[in-house]
Ligand binder design. Sequence first.
Ligand code: G3H
Ligand code: 13P
Ligand code: ZN
Length: 327
Amino acid sequence: MRQLLDEASKGNYALGAFNVNNMEQIQAIMMAARSTQSPVIIQASRGALKYSNMVYLRHLMLAAAEENPNIPLAMHLDHGNSLESCKTAISLGFTSVMIDGSLKEDGKTPTNYEENVEVTKKVVEYAHKLGVTVEGELGTLGGIEDGVGSGKVVLTDPDQAIEFIHETKVDALAVAIGTSHGAYKFKQTPKLALDVVRAIHERTPETALVMHGSSSVPQELVAIVNKYGGQMKKAMGVPMEAIQSVIPHGVRKVNIDTDGRIAVTGAIRKVFVEHPGAIDPRDYLGPAREALAELVSGKMKDLGTAGHAKDFAPITLEDMSKTYDKM
Ligand code: G3H
Ligand code: 13P
Ligand code: ZN
């Protein structure tokens, strides 16, 4: 993933990092990457690995790479909670891991700075030897989604972030700048802490900044869910313009899960309502895949990723590990 982030930095664009749990989601993201000619990050949470019994997800990701040799693709562990979970992902072939040391292993209790540095450093030492990229996190996001998140917001302190980057040598840093996981982020148009991103980026331009909780919660997709029997409450996400405003200040990875969930759910609900007799999973998973592909293509265009697939030739993990050796 490091190479993809560095390229994004050169081109001043961001990559969407899209969460997956199953085959259709992976196919949809790759369809979007092909049609827009975008490099792409596919990420799986620990929950996704558990749901797919790990081995299935591993082979689906490998299938995505095999089917798309011309699309630079990083396979990333989202919200790793320990050295062990990162090691497991690496053993499955993930080329990048996140160690979310802002929270304890339970994924809920905030850690202190020293604990965060300690676990992140261990992951970096292990991963870089193998050429694998590491994302850390400092500060805590708001919102709780399936057990991820403390529910308390602590914005990232820029001075501490600089120290953290130097101490741990992470490739990418997830910063808390006002976003949160899930569909219900804000009651009114949010203001992101642009000053935090700017202050970190000015002093460590080589470190990619990551924005979690970046779903925009498109109202037209929420309307489809609700039109076909869903009951989503009034929800508001991060407007794309707000995301675009932080990209020039070093945000290179933008995590999106919720929007994909909404797109998939709306498409499936529509089929069920319009064709109550449908019983073939292909009849609803197919449209779900189409809806997700359309959403992701739009994001790739909006984030500026589109058209960059052929800018560079992906390097191997072995070569990457040699590069880390020299750093
Ligand atoms: O940040 C969390 C992601 O949206 C993944 O969610 O743990 O329910 O798979 P999950
Ligand atoms: P959303 O819930 O906004 O899609 O954020 C996903 C995320 O940050 C995954 O790590
Ligand atoms: Zn996240």
